[in-house]
Design a binder for this molecule. Sequence first.
Ligand SMILES: Cc1cc2nc3c(=O)[nH]c(=O)nc-3n(C[C@H](O)[C@H](O)[C@H](O)COP(=O)(O)OP(=O)(O)OC[C@H]3O[C@@H](n4cnc5c(N)ncnc54)[C@H](O)[C@@H]3O)c2cc1C
Length: 482
Amino acid sequence: MGAKSGREFLQRLDSTPREVWYGDEKITGSVSKHPAFRGVAKSIAALYDMQLKPELEDVMTYESPTTHERVGTSFLQPRTREELGRRTAMIKTWADFSGGMMGRTADYLNSSIMAMAAAAQFFGKGEHDFAANVSGYYEYVRENDLVLTHTLINPQTNRGVGPSKQADPFIAARVADKTSEGVVIRGARMLATLPIADEIMVFPSTVIRSGQDDMPYSIAFAVPVSAKGLKFVCRESFAAESAFDHPLASRFDEQDAVVVFDDVLVPWERVFILEDPDRANKVNESTGAIVFMAHQATVREAAKAEFMAGLATMVAETIGADAFPQVQERIAGVLLIAETMKAFIGSSEARAKTNEWGLMSPDYAPLNAARNVWPRLAPDFSAVIKQTGASGLMAIPPEGILGSEARPDVDRYFQSKLADGEERVRLFKMAWDASGSSFGGRQDLYERFFFGDPVRMASAYYSWYDKEPYKRRVMELLHRKD
Ligand SMILES: Cc1cc2nc3c(=O)[nH]c(=O)nc-3n(C[C@H](O)[C@H](O)[C@H](O)COP(=O)(O)OP(=O)(O)OC[C@H]3O[C@@H](n4cnc5c(N)ncnc54)[C@H](O)[C@@H]3O)c2cc1C
């Protein structure tokens, strides 16, 4: 029990049967050795190992209130500002490991389930004690140090109508049956990043609202990835063998999958919301989970912006382009994004207050601004890298050339102001991987959408924001007599 090592995570990964489809291949055997997952599994293992490093112990772990073992800090239910700060330090430490390229490290969903457990009463108790189910699940995940994936969205069949109005009402995952053992789920959901997780949580979206017709789809539950009938249909992998050629993709391709529930039985103790559109619509806001998820996301985004600023600066300096004003102006834009995200975090923590469930909660206003502004800012990263690196981003021959008879040409013609040929190629490969490779393209898409459709998030933001005080000032000036 308690915080696990990387080796323990890998053993768990390889010994847990799961139905993961990669093209025509149904992956059996050691998932951690499969080319699509090897790199990211190793990275997750490294994150687990960080928890056990003596010098990081106080940042990465705390004492479990039930077992008194050390458990991961992302499970910490903060009651003080100091504890909130410990959460931030932990999240930043993990995010820096990948330069913010891994969006779905375990702390993302741990933050959600941690807040929901504090607000367990929200889930209610009737024939089934959903409140106890949420608390019990949080403790189970915390004490076993599991990593979760999740899926919020119905398949993209016809967005013009809701799930119940589709030609086939069983395309979107829904309740198909209820038995004495639990709820049977049939249909599919998208998109689950990190199908090598231990468990999958199915929750309502933070943006899309259910109507009364959507009763069978208004559900929340969790099951192990080994649940019978559960299938992950993966996209093509962007992972690569060579860390020289693909320094980011080879390590951090988390993979994304459509999830099929082929009559999956969810035991009653893992059901959190059942056929309850009203609760489904409110769960993320009312429990405070959205605040802690946004907090985790903003810290990760700050880490990524810092990394991208470092990368863009190095590209510019390496080829002696850093003195040009337009290059400086573009990189300044990336630095401004980093400072903006850090300012959001700082102000959310400075204005933290105890929420109705007893947690020291960061102020949502800056975090809600962060979650709306990030999808507009993050696409600039790849634009700045491309505008700065220009054709150099294509002067990146595969690693093999370094051992070939063409090596002297690399040494001579690929060198730059600050780097020899090999080092310049290494740097520019990283810049391309961050901005233009398949991995880089997916990063761009992820930042635009991972927290929901930015268009509907902005509409929700418009409705949520109290604009009355600003309007009053306009009215006052409009009708001022002198
Ligand atoms: C790389 C990546 C990883 C992801 N990982 C996860 C994950 O781990 N777990 C998870 O649950 N989700 C994940 N997502 C999914 C994410 O939650 C969704 O992308 C997001 O909620 C938007 O939904 P959608 O992709 O279905 O877009 P759609 O809803 O299909 O939107 C498509 C287009 O139509 C517009 N549109 C659709 N409906 C409306 C409407 N009613 N009003 C106005 N405009 C509309 C949108 O603005 C958009 O331009 C991931 C997405 C990406 C890209």
